[in-house]
Design a protein around this ligand. Sequence first.
Ligand code: DX5
Length: 229
Amino acid sequence: MAGTDRPILIAPSVLPADFSRLGEEVIALEKAGVDRIQWDVMDGRFVPNLTFGPDVIASTRDLVTVPFEAHLMVEQPDEPALRYVEAGCSLLIVHAEACTHLHRTLGHIAELGATAAVALNPSTPPEAIRHVLDLVGLVLVMTVNPGFGGQAYIATMEPKIRTIRNWIVEGGYDIDLEVDGGIGPTTAAGATAAGANVLVAGSALFRDPAGLKHATDEIRAVGTEAARS
Ligand code: DX5
């Protein structure tokens, strides 16, 4: 079983954006036609980088209407979760590797009124999330090691993507399968052919000389064609 009939969505990471003009960048992303915006939240402990707090996200919330998702690359995310919901994130992605009690954490996020989602680092087997599929609206398969943008896509993640997509279909779950890291016009096809339907891209969008809309449209088109093949 390959691909997916779910819509192929583009969720840009703002990690490569110009942080001195974050509001303008978020507005430009919405104008480019992205489906939602991903905030790469990093605590300097789970990953060796430090990025956005909830107040930064909240400062841009009312500038656009596209949904915000928080990719919490954060140790023990239960404590700060509420602040990211209050900042305007409707979907919270926690890492299976960062939660002592993942099942409880995902239930907590749902109680906060957000969609719960779980991410897997490249070395983490898919079995780590098999018993929480009933609690999530999205699974994120990392296609780089988290912490920095601009890394190379790890194609050996594609069998993991395919396995999880098959579990989703077999279980009849309404779950999006997202990939993040090194996603662009030359890698999106491999990811969607394996079953991913939400593409997180940072560098490929912000570095496209033809602009954000061109990059968004191109990656969505390449991903859609491969997903349906
Ligand atoms: C890694 C980050 C990156 C970022 C997108 O922790 O999550 O994957 O979102 O990076 P690129 O530039 O590879 O699209």
